[in-house]
Design a protein around this ligand. Structure first.
Ligand SMILES: Cc1cc2nc3c(=O)[nH]c(=O)nc-3n(C[C@H](O)[C@H](O)[C@H](O)COP(=O)(O)OP(=O)(O)OC[C@H]3O[C@@H](n4cnc5c(N)ncnc54)[C@H](O)[C@@H]3O)c2cc1C
Length: 286
């Protein structure tokens, strides 16, 4: 859906409770930002996103600048505080091809510059296409890169900390440039390590082969190394697949899953069946 099509007519006031950098100084800046929303009507489910409205004036005559951010906590609130939600924001930059200058992304700069006590306007929640199944015997195959890990943090918290009855297999393929960039799995914040002891859970890491040359994370290699298990999960009609992060991830997955399926046509057919059965959900950003 195009960003202009979102209903932003009912914004909520939110106050920044905490903003913590969760990557080291020599990695790209990513912050875990906790927002306090006192409105009792703001309800959401894991996998949904909020819109953040950046105050103007804006360039190109735009009346507002709204960007989406995945909610990174489960429905009972961040740290079990129902009034708090968390988002995980990467400070973005873009290169102006005409001037060659680098500019900060508007919403990500706005959010990363906010500090405790600052008030912001949010809208949503949006996105009901990325929700986990209710049946605890279902398998979840989650594939995410970078801040695409945010909705999976929410899923894992719901499954293992709130529900505690999940019996299906849960596999997280998690891509980051380097070990230090693995959000919620590094020295700054190690939240996801909480679930390593869960019998049904396994995290599989994918890194960039040459991070200093900006080579993308090799998710294909990680999936290929677990081809048998991934394919068995995909064939099982109790498995739900979720893919989140930069859109180039889709091409990598199509390539490796075509290999595993035996041909691009075989994968295309299988993927279409997954989509038709609502067992393939994606959340991509450019
Ligand atoms: C469903 C969904 C969930 C998301 N979840 C997260 C999340 O959890 N965490 C996260 O960090 N991000 C997330 N994103 C991405 C986020 O919404 C923003 O796209 C991102 O933060 C950049 O927004 P910005 O306002 O900072 O940058 P913008 O100012 O919008 O710039 C971003 C891009 O727009 C282009 N651009 C804008 N203005 C110009 C210009 N004047 N000249 C040339 N190019 C220009 C550039 O290509 C640039 O890279 C999500 C996106 C979606 C769709």
């Amino acid at each position: 859906m195009n960003l202009t099509e979102y209903d932003i007519s009912h914004p909520y006031h939110a106050v920044v409770a905490r903003s913590e950098r969760i990557t080291s100084e020599d990695s790209a800046e990513v912050r875990h930002i906790t927002l306090n929303i006192s409105s009792a009507t703001f309800n959401y489910l894991e996998g949904q996103s909020i819109g953040v409205l950046v105050p103007g004036p804006h360039s190109f005559g735009n009346t507002h600048h709204m960007r989406l951010y995945s909610i990174a906590n489960a429905r009972q609130g961040e740290k079990q505080n129902v009034a708090e939600i968390a988002i995980c924001v990467r400070r973005c930059f873009y290169l102006d091809e005409v001037s060659g200058e680098e500019y900060p992304g508007v919403a990500s700069k706005f959010l990363c510059d906010r500090r405790a006590g600052d008030e912001i306007l949010i809208v949503g929640p949006y996105g009901r296409q990325f929700l986990a199944p209710r049946d605890p015997s279902c398998n979840l195959l989650m594939i995410g890169v970078g801040t695409g890990i945010a909705p999976f943090r929410a899923f894992l918290k719901h499954i293992y900390s709130e529900r505690k009855d999940w019996k299906g297999k849960v596999r997280l393929f998690y891509g980051a440039n380097t070990g230090m960039d693995q959000l919620y799995l590094n020295d700054k914040n190690n939240d996801l390590a909480l679930y390593y002891d869960e019998e049904t859970f396994e995290a599989i890491h994918a890194l960039s082969p040459r991070p200093h040359l900006d080579e993308p994370v090799d998710m294909a290699a990680a999936v290929r190394a677990h081809a048998e298990e991934v394919w068995a999960m995909i064939q099982c009609d109790k498995t739900y697949v979720y893919v989140a992060g930069l859109s180039r991830l889709e091409g990598q997955l199509d390539m490796v899953l075509s290999e595993i399926a035996g041909s691009p046509e075989a994968w295309k057919e299988r993927k279409q069946a997954l989509i038709a059965n609502r067992r393939w959900a994606t959340l991509f950003y450019a």
